[in-house]
Design a protein around this ligand. Structure first.
Ligand code: ARG
Length: 577
């Protein structure tokens, strides 16, 4: 049930009767319970237009709007707000409907093709914390969009091409000559990269060979390509290890790396030239972007081909844009990278649209995010200043969670403990990231993310087990419970309203790519449940049977909503912990 959308459509009808069908219908959640749950605040703007007093307009709307089934009170307040108080009967009915529906009452949206470009690590190096946010946020957004009924196409735009592969291949070539296996030689990509770089800087002859490798690779030399494939394959395996630990849905099928666009780059440049968008400048092919001129009026310079003939990150992204809009028919393209690439994508969009690489109705949405910082407020590094390997970071999370759970009062077997440790540890890392507004930097802190208090994965996972335990104690399951909800206490009312705001929340997250909105929702829901549980006894002997059943039904909807919400975030739940 989307309460917000329902209210808008009912108000729209009323406005139509007042000959204001085209007027905006601003409806927001009320700031305080005494103002009801929602508030219409469009009367003031309408009053200006119709040259009447806002309160009079508000009165006229109240007379006409048909909400008898939904609300038991509409009141005009202040300068002309209309406060909407939802009725307990209606809320109870809607909750009953949601319980019977595996989708919990959430409607599917008109189906769109949505390309989501996320994770996209660079294969020359080990996957590092810079790719954690895009992987985690991206994977939750694809799950949520799929749930909303969209055709989601995951695109892992891996950095698998570029001049640095020259030195890497030259170095790999030498190692293989010395009878090393590719897997062993590349067991630590960071070390491997460092070694290759040192040789490149210090051995003139090696540097020459590295450059030759670049030429051969670009020229499609068979042996060189085979070597490159070996490198890529081992490096992808490293990423897969991270994906598996994180329990994200990316597989090899989703890889559409930079190299996949090689064949189209020359065409992209020649199309841009033909359309007069790219011009030659000092031997390079360049687009001057007037829209992004600096203060002196100098246009931004966007290079699509270097003077030596080489192509760039930008050229590849233009080819990717054309592929996604043309071949994949993407209605929306979402690209998740850190905010430092924002300008690049703005430029790419301007150039690509001018060239007609995508249609005006197709969206190109760069979803930027801030950096992950250490406790010192600086970019996240190891104690010695090196890059933190993701695999190690995730193992540490599991280890820490396991130790914390072991100290708590529970009767988990060693095996259960390992399982709980994994779900809580990985959940904590993911949730810490998901729950922050993605556009800001965030501080990585073990103690906060693993805390059982506050907006954290352990808190929510634990809250979930508590709801579940009520059913265990009551000895009933949802299946044998008559669903007949009545809302009598304030806490019941609040809980029901929140449960029914699940769809609104999902829709916002799908539109804005903001999983933190879902996190905040689940956290509030869990907190409301706790208040409800305290104020409205369920299992106490003096609770009448019907009241108990009604409350159990509400509790069931809470646990189903939490389970679904958490699973859309990619956070696993447990029965006990
Ligand atoms: N490989 C890039 C990086 O690590 C991210 C690629 C994002 N996607 C894209 N289409 N450019 O920064």
């Amino acid at each position: 049930m989307n309460i917000h959308a329902l209210l808008i459509s009912r108000f729209k009808e009323a406005l139509t009767e007042l000959n204001a069908a085209d007027a905006p219908v601003p409806i927001a959640r009320s700031a305080r319970p005494e103002f009801g749950e929602y508030q219409f605040n469009g009367a003031m703007a309408l009053a200006k237009r119709l040259k009447q007093k806002p309160r009079d307009i508000a009165d006229k709307i109240v007379e006409r709007v048909k909400l008898d089934d939904v609300a038991d009170k509409l009141e005009v307040a202040g300068p002309g707000f209309i406060n909407i108080h939802l009725s307990d009967r209606w809320l109870a009915n809607q909750c009953e409907l949601a319980i019977h529906d595996p989708r919990l009452g959430v409607a599917k949206q008109p189906k769109q093709n949505v390309v989501v470009d996320y994770s996209s690590p660079n294969l020359a190096k080990e996957m590092h914390v810079g790719h954690l946010r895009t992987t985690i946020i991206g994977d939750s957004v694809v799950k949520l969009l799929e749930f909303l009924g969209h055709n989601v196409i995951r695109q892992n735009h891996m950095g698998d091409w570029g001049t640095q592969f020259g030195m890497l291949l030259a170095h790999l070539h030498d190692k293989l000559q010395n009878n090393q296996m590719a897997e062993t030689a590349l067991s630590d990509l960071e070390d491997f990269y460092r070694e290759a770089k040192i040789r490149f800087d210090q051995e003139a002859d090696f540097a020459d060979r590295a450059r030759e490798f670049v030429v051969k690779l670009q020229g499609g030399d068979k042996a060189c390509l085979a070597l490159w494939e070996q490198f890529i394959d081992v490096s992808i395996t490293h990423s897969e290890e991270v994906y598996e630990k994180l329990n994200v849905s990316l597989t090899r099928d989703h890889i559409m790396g930079e190299s996949a666009y090689n064949h189209d780059l020359a065409q992209v440049v020649s199309d841009l030239k033909e359309k007069g968008i790219a011009v030659e400048d000092q031997g390079a092919q360049v687009v001057f972007i007037e829209e992004l001129a600096d203060k002196e009026g100098n246009p931004a310079v966007y290079i699509v081909q270097k003077s030596g003939g080489g192509y760039l990150y930008a050229t590849t992204d233009l080819a990717a844009m054309r592929y996604r809009s043309g071949k994949l028919n993407a209605d929306r393209t979402l690209i998740l990278t850190d905010a430092r690439q924002a300008l690049h994508f703005r430029q790419t969009e301007i150039v690509g649209r001018k060239a007609g690489f995508m249609a005006p109705e197709q969206s190109y949405e760069h979803c930027p995010f801030g950096m992950m910082l250490g406790s010192d407020g600086r970019p996240f590094k190891t104690r010695t200043g090196g890059t933190v390997k993701l695999v190690e970071l995730l193992d540490e999370a599991v280890e820490r969670a396991r130790n914390l759970i072991a100290q708590r009062d529970n009767e988990l077997t060693e095996q259960e403990l390992a399982e709980v440790g994994r779900k809580v540890g990985i959940g904590a890392v993911k949730y810490a990231d998901l729950s922050k507004n993605r556009t800001t930097d965030y501080v990585f802190n073990w103690d906060t993310m693993l805390s059982f208090e506050g907006n954290t994965a352990p808190y929510l996972q634990y809250a979930f087990t508590r709801v579940k335990s009520i059913f265990r104690k009551a000895g009933v399951s949802l299946a044998d419970l008559p669903i007949d909800i009545s809302l009598n206490e304030k806490q019941e009312h609040v809980l029901a309203v929140q449960l029914l705001q699940f769809e609104e929340t999902i829709n916002v997250v799908g539109r804005d790519v903001t999983p933190h909105v879902m996190c905040a929702y689940l956290y509030d829901l869990a907190s409301s449940f706790m208040s409800f549980y305290e104020a409205c006894p369920i299992l106490r002997d003096d609770t009448p049977v019907q009241v108990r059943q009604s409350r159990l039904a509400l509790a069931a909807l809470v646990s189903n909503t939490m389970a679904l919400g958490l699973s859309l975030l990619g956070i696993e739940t447990l029965e006990k912990m």
